[in-house]
Write a protein that binds this ligand. Structure first.
Ligand code: ADP
Length: 481
């Protein structure tokens, strides 16, 4: 049985505060709980603890660190259903997705528990008979982690697991909308018996906690996932101390469907991706480019799948929950209105859901628009909602232009059976990740991340470990006997 989720964990101790922030269920607008509204002083205490713990944690043999990670994954899996409920209640996504997120988190943690044992150095031939060059890879130190609300469980696993596996210690600040799942996951980590101070969590004022992390010289690395605007700001803050930073920011992923594609499979993959997490996914499809020869067929198939989607409280058997809050609904309304004014045709949805049980939640109907053109705001900004805009195209070059001009460069998807096109296009698209004939990108062993304004650094695979490692080389001059 999990405990109450309204406290932080600092130096292995529960810490509560009188000053709190409300946590709201977006399915009904009700306050679920209150969590500490911490600021600089609590963050400093967490960094003190992480800094002290680093001295011993970083020296533990990897296989010892691995045991704590494996136990953490076991605890998450053993408490999967309860954790999923906590996640759904504050984030909104359907329980089935929340359960998948907890399982996926455990998978990441297990993967890094093993990969942490394979952090190898190097021996390089010297430049003289006496010289011996050895390269070490050492943990960066205390890491500050700032996570978003859209995958509030998975983002923690993807950052904390590789950091701990390398021997770093962490101070995590979760998003204010979704702090309880973060606290619950940390509770499970602390329950493994991990030494005090290795993993700390501070909830509250983003600006204050952020400043405390950036100003503290003992924090040697920041890992951030969130909006491009905040990411840019944090990159400037990192400059003061030349602090290492990795950024996983916004995306504007196209899905491109060529005439030779299997249209049924393409439609299924597109709808599955587009409407997952109510469209609130950085690597989610933002715009669908349908080749003019198959545009009508594809649109029909997409519509028939979207018609089946049930919207409601994530605790009920639905495919779409509410958006994270009312601001998110207003943003979707703005983008759809702009598109309609500029000539887009509304094929299904296109409005806030507010009758009956929808009245007090943040719901928006699954929406499909056609006749979309590139002057519409929803092709330039992340929609972050359940809206699928379809644009016709003729030549491969048009979609390449879209990718080149796009400030974001996180992901792109395309559907074709032409093997020549697979390589030609995949190599030229200006993104960090390409999905061909499928949309699954987030797996533990692969490097997730983007280029351009979508960020820097990678999460997943051995690349994810590099983010938390420094390279040091030792040059030894042998003395003649
Ligand atoms: P979104 O708009 O999707 O909420 P944000 O970039 O605002 O994305 O939030 C992502 C994470 O960054 C959250 O944990 C949020 O609290 C945190 N955050 C927001 N502003 C700041 C800031 N000035 N300094 C540090 N962290 C911040």
């Amino acid at each position: 049985m999990l405990q109450t989720m309204n406290h932080m964990w600092i130096n292995g101790e529960k810490v509560g505060l009188q000053n709190t922030i409300d946590v709201i269920n977006p399915a009904n607008g009700k306050v679920i709980d209150h969590v500490p509204n911490a600021g600089k002083s609590e963050t400093k205490l967490a960094v003190d603890a992480a800094s002290e713990a680093f001295k011993t944690w970083s020296k533990l043999p990897p296989k010892e660190r691995s045991k704590f990670l494996l136990k953490w994954a076991d605890h998450l899996l053993n408490n999967r259903d309860e954790l999923a409920l906590i996640l759904t209640e504050e984030q909104g996504k359907p329980l089935s997705e929340s359960k998948g997120e907890i399982e996926g988190s455990a998978e990441f943690i297990q993967w890094y528990a093993e990969e942490g044992k394979r952090i190898y150095g190097e021996v390089i031939p010297g430049s003289s008979e006496e010289q011996r060059i050895t390269v070490l890879r050492q943990p960066v130190g205390v890491c500050g982690m700032i996570t978003p609300w859209n995958f509030p469980g998975a983002m923690i696993a993807r950052k904390v697991a590789p950091a701990l596996a390398t021997g770093c210690t962490v101070v995590l600040k979760p998003a204010s909308q979704t702090p309880r799942i973060a606290i619950a996951m940390f509770e499970q980590l602390i329950a493994t018996g991990i030494p005090s101070g290795v993993a700390n969590i501070v909830t509250g004022n983003p600006k204050m906690i952020g400043e405390a992390l950036f100003e503290d010289e003992r924090v040697r690395k920041i890992s951030f996932t969130g909006s491009t605007n905040i990411g840019k700001q944090l990159m400037k803050q990192a400059a003061d101390q030349v602090k290492r930073i990795s950024l996983e920011l916004g995306g504007n992923a196209p899905a491109i469907v060529f005439p030779d594609a299997d249209l049924d499979k393409a439609a299924e993959a597109i709808v599955g991706n587009k409407f997952e997490n109510c469209g609130q996914m950085c690597n989610g499809i933002n715009v669908i480019f349908a080749h003019e020869e198959i545009q009508a067929d594809l649109t029909e198939k997409v519509i028939s799948l979207v018609q089946e989607l049930q919207v409601g409280d994530g605790k009920d058997p639905v495919q779409l929950g509410p958006l994270v809050n009312d601001d998110a609904v207003k943003n979707v309304e703005r983008l759809v209105n702009d598109a309609k004014q500029k000539g887009a045709e509304l094929l299904i949805g296109g409005e806030r859901l507010k009758d009956g049980s929808y009245a007090s939640g943040s719901y928006y109907a699954p929406t499909v628009l056609s006749n979309v053109t590139l002057n519409m705001d929803l092709t330039k900004e992340e929609i972050f909602g359940p809206v699928a805009p379809i644009l016709p195209f003729k030549e491969e070059e048009e979609v390449l232009q879209f990718s080149k001009q796009n400030q974001c460069g996180l992901a792109a998807y395309f559907f074709t059976r032409d093997i020549g096109r697979v390589y030609r296009l995949a190599e030229q698209l200006d993104v960090g990740m390409v999905g061909v004939n499928g949309t699954q990108l987030s797996v533990p062993q692969a490097p997730f991340g983007g280029i351009k304004e979508s960020g820097m650094g990678r999460e997943g695979g051995h690349y994810g470990l590099e983010e938390f490692l420094e390279v040091k080389y030792i040059s030894l001059t042998l003395e003649n006997e």
